[in-house]
Design a protein around this ligand. Structure first.
Ligand code: NAD
Ligand code: UFG
Length: 336
């Protein structure tokens, strides 16, 4: 089977390419490199000893899809390409709606023309808004609080409508919780531009001495130690979830939605403690005011993915921190 991976040189995409190649799939990557480097794909080839096809192209470019679909017989698309910074999406809503939503509609139109009607989409736990209870199940009410989250929910709805109108389409929506960590080779990992927004990339930059301390955004939440609790999942577990989803597509499942998380919640202070252990030094932090829009607690009920995909996260928080530290210390400046 040949899989088109949009956004395949990015963080989750590159790890998924490794798992696809290792599972015997052929891989075609399409990425405009707006938030990644082609070097990640060289590393994917190095890890797997296998080749892949790469197109530097934008998902809003119809001709790029025409070229790819004419040069390859694609069986399914895994759609990672998108902009993902919550804060930036509030400042640049037009860019986010154009890139993520318009880009996806253009892609689906070109997929339809080429007769490619199987898609796995990167959604997010952000579509649950502020959940009333945890663990979060797939049938919980959906809402969003920022343009980034709105693009995820809109795309979920668009793909659902496409399936409703044409039952030949198989649509799997994967709602990720908080992906962290890196491939255990230390060759690929997350390489954010500028100062990271997310906790783990920030903590690892403090540990390596590029930032002075971690701001802990609030210690007055309704949680075990007052700091925010999240469901951190190893990026390799997440990548394997995509392989299971592609396998599921072979059964013509229609439209499905799955949480990909571990079901465990860790607080910010627990993460700092675990990371300090992994890197063998104290990571300094300061308690700071809450970050607007953050919620207290978010973790998954991932039992549906276990039941229907036969998928379950394997790696614990220790390995997530150790693998992230290996990537960070071997590549202090990312792919540069
Ligand atoms: P990433 O930025 O590393 O990867 C996204 C890739 O898409 C990048 O390589 C970027 O260059 C590419 N891209 C963006 N716009 C494009 C366009 N118009 N045309 C072609 N390529 C384009 O991000 P990631 O963390 O790997 O996330 C992958 C997907 O998963 C995204 O859709 C993201 O919203 C979603 N997601 C991520 C997280 C997370 O915490 N990392 C959580 C939930 C969902
Ligand atoms: N945090 C800090 N200091 C920091 C960064 C984060 O204390 O410097 C705290 C946050 O307040 C939160 C926790 O660490 O309690 C996790 O924050 P992240 O920014 O790493 O992750 P979020 O849960 O806020 O959001 C992430 C992605 C979203 C996605 C969501 C669910 O950024 O796009 O996970 O998948 F929707």
């Amino acid at each position: 089977m040949k899989i088109l991976v949009t956004g395949g040189s990015g963080y989750i995409g590159s790890h998924t390419c490794v798992e696809l190649l290792n599972s015997g799939y052929e891989v075609v990557v399409m990425d405009n490199l707006c938030n990644s480097s082609e070097e990640s794909l060289n590393r994917v080839k190095q890890i797997t000893g296998k080749d892949l096809a790469f197109y530097k192209a934008d998902i809003t470019d119809r001709d790029a899809f025409k070229k790819i679909f004419s040069e390859h017989k694609i069986d399914a698309v895994i759609h990672f390409a998108g902009l993902k910074a919550v804060g930036e999406s509030c400042e640049k809503p037009i860019e986010y709606y154009f890139n993520n939503v318009a880009g996806t509609v253009i892609m689906c139109d070109e997929m339809r023309k080429a007769g490619v009607k199987n898609i796995v989409f990167s959604s997010s736990a952000t579509v649950y808004g502020k959940p009333k209870t945890v663990p979060i199940k797939e049938d919980f009410p959906l809402s969003t609080t920022n343009p980034y989250g709105a693009t995820k929910l809109m795309i979920e709805n668009i793909l659902t409508d496409i399936h409703t109108a044409d039952k030949e389409w198989n649509v799997i929506l994967l709602r990720y919780f908080n992906p962290i960590g890196a491939h255990e080779s230390g060759l690929i990992g997350e390489d954010p531009n500028g100062i990271p927004n997310n906790l783990l990339p920030y903590v690892s930059k403090v540990a390596i001495g590029q930032l002075p301390f971690v701001n802990v955004w609030g210690n007055d939440y309704e949680t075990k130690d007052g700091t925010g609790v999240r469901d951190y999942i190893h990026v390799v577990d997440l990548a394997v979830g995509h392989i299971r989803a592609v396998e599921k597509l072979k059964e013509n499942p229609g439209r499905k939605v799955y949480n990909l998380g571990t079901g465990n919640g860790y607080s910010v202070l627990e993460i700092i403690e675990n990371f300090s252990k992994a890197c063998g030094k104290d990571v300094p932090y300061k308690i700071a005011p809450r970050r607007p829009g953050d919620i207290d607690v978010c973790y998954a009920d991932a039992s549906l993915a276990k039941e229907e995909l036969g998928w379950e996260a394997k790696f614990g928080i220790d390995k997530m921190c150790e693998d992230l530290w290996r990537w960070q210390s071997k590549n202090p400046n990312g792919y540069k």
